[in-house]
Ligand binder design. Sequence first.
Ligand code: GRF
Length: 239
Amino acid sequence: MILLAVSASEGQTAVTTSVESAAMKKIVILISGRGSNLGALLAAARAEAWDTTLGIRVAAVISNRADAVGLQVAREFDVPTEIVSHLAFSDREGFDAALAGAVEAHQPFLVVLAGFMRVLTRSFVEHFAGRLLNVHPSLLPAFPGLATHRQALAAGVRVHGATVHFVSSEVDAGPIVAQGVVCLRPDDDEESLARRVLEVEHRLLPRCVAAIARGDVWLERDQVRARPGVAAQLALLAS
Ligand code: GRF
């Protein structure tokens, strides 16, 4: 009797678990390197129990580089990793098609570019339109591209920061979800500025992902919409 009861209850648990995981919305995170934004996302997902509170989970971390340190970060959080190396493809289109296939295999509701250092083709971006989120270390539209902290210092701006945005087919462009502002200090150099902006990225990106998952923020005809008060809650101001 007891054995039967145990096996029935185990069976029930297994069915419940598989129904829950089928209903769970999935995120795929793309990286190329260090993976500190990935770590911030995974830490927030764990600390805030996103699986139960938001019904979302990180299904996979995909890197275009086998030596990306971020792969180890993913493993520490028990998140499956995959490598789609751009070196295996002779052109951007071939790589992006393979990458799109690997990502779409998880049927994600959101794809997060967390330090993914490849320019994506228009067809990749269009395929994932409305589901593709990027974090960039500047207050876009100022300073797209690389060396953003150097650009900010050279321009003499008084504030700098980070942007989380939906991706459009231009580089570092697309509807802005939220921004975090860092005030410049007289003695700032590239390194000090990079450190403070990165801290802002680490706070900004998880809260944007959670807001999108919660339905507090959404994309409507290329415009980011938010429930009243949410935009102000997402914005960050660091000293
Ligand atoms: C971050 O500054 C991100 O904004 C930019 O690349 C950097 C990646 O850092 N796109 P990490 O790999 O998340 O540490």
